[in-house]
Write a protein of this length. Structure first.
Length: 136
């Protein structure tokens, strides 16, 4: 799926998905687009300038991305002043990956494959609401 614009209805939550796997990116986009306005990006290099310029309420990021990984993208976005909640999404659940992601500043961690898409939708709503980024 091609990258899509984050400019949409004011009251709808805008979610950015940064995922290098085409099938996973498409799947997330299809499932999430019923509830949110979704923009997708193939890698951190594509996402970084767009997420700095356009507001996303919540950002989902794969851990393993080519060139700049998910934690590197989080660090670059924070340096640029982007404060939206970010969710680490990864198939790499060995070791202390979740603890590293949360310590780096991710708001949440989701293991792939995502077995409960409704739980992810609920989590995005909760993070957006807690963050205060959606107009009621």
């Amino acid at each position: 799926m091609n990258e899509t614009s984050l400019t949409t209805e004011q009251n709808r939550i805008r979610v950015a998905v940064v995922e290098d796997n085409d099938d996973a990116r498409e799947l997330l986009s299809v499932f999430l687009s019923d509830s949110f306005d979704v923009a997708t990006y193939r890698n951190a290099e594509e996402a970084l300038p767009r997420l700095i310029q356009q507001t996303a309420h919540v950002i989902l990021v794969d851990m393993r991305l080519p060139e700049l990984d998910g934690i590197g993208l989080l660090e670059q976005l924070r340096k640029a002043g982007v404060v939206a909640p970010m969710i680490m999404v990864t198939a790499n659940v060995l070791g202390n990956v979740e603890a590293k992601a949360l310590a780096a500043g991710f708001s949440a961690f989701v293991a792939k494959p995502i077995l409960d898409m409704q739980a992810l939708v609920d989590q995005i709503h909760r993070l957006s609401r807690d963050f205060g980024s959606v107009v009621s």
